[in-house]
Design a protein. Structure first.
Length: 123
């Protein structure tokens, strides 16, 4: 969604650039160099505006831990569950913007079959 909005905003910015260049050329036809100057300037503005989106896409593709996820707190909370002996593996990443995924491998104490259901509820 953010990419679509940035795309539309880029189109608006480029259109404004075309209008500015055409107005200048209407009154000063000898300033033909203004067209490429404005085109490059507004293109640079659009590129700078999309760098954040590009960075977010790279983080999603590389499956890095999202900035808004406190993994230390999650690990601490998991260790605090009664019966968890250790955490062997923990990985958290973004599937999409705002949609996170986590996988954890816990080493737990042995339980009897009737205790397992109650233990699953805690996790």
């Amino acid at each position: 969604m953010r990419a679509a909005i940035l795309n539309m905003m880029g189109d608006v910015v480029q259109s404004i650039g075309v209008l500015i260049a055409s107005i200048i050329l209407k009154f000063k036809p000898e300033w033909k160099v203004i067209d490429p100057i404005i085109a490059y300037t507004f293109s640079a503005i659009v590129i700078i505006a999309t760098l954040g989106l590009f960075k977010d896409c790279i983080h999603i593709i590389m499956e890095t831990t999202p900035d808004d996820v406190d993994t230390e707190k999650i690990i601490s909370d998991l260790k605090g569950i009664d019966g968890v002996k250790s955490i062997n593996d923990f990985h958290c990443w973004s599937l999409a913007d705002g949609k996170n995924m986590a996988v954890v491998q816990l080493k737990i104490q042995k339980y009897k079959a009737h205790e397992a259901q109650e233990y699953r509820k805690d996790i």
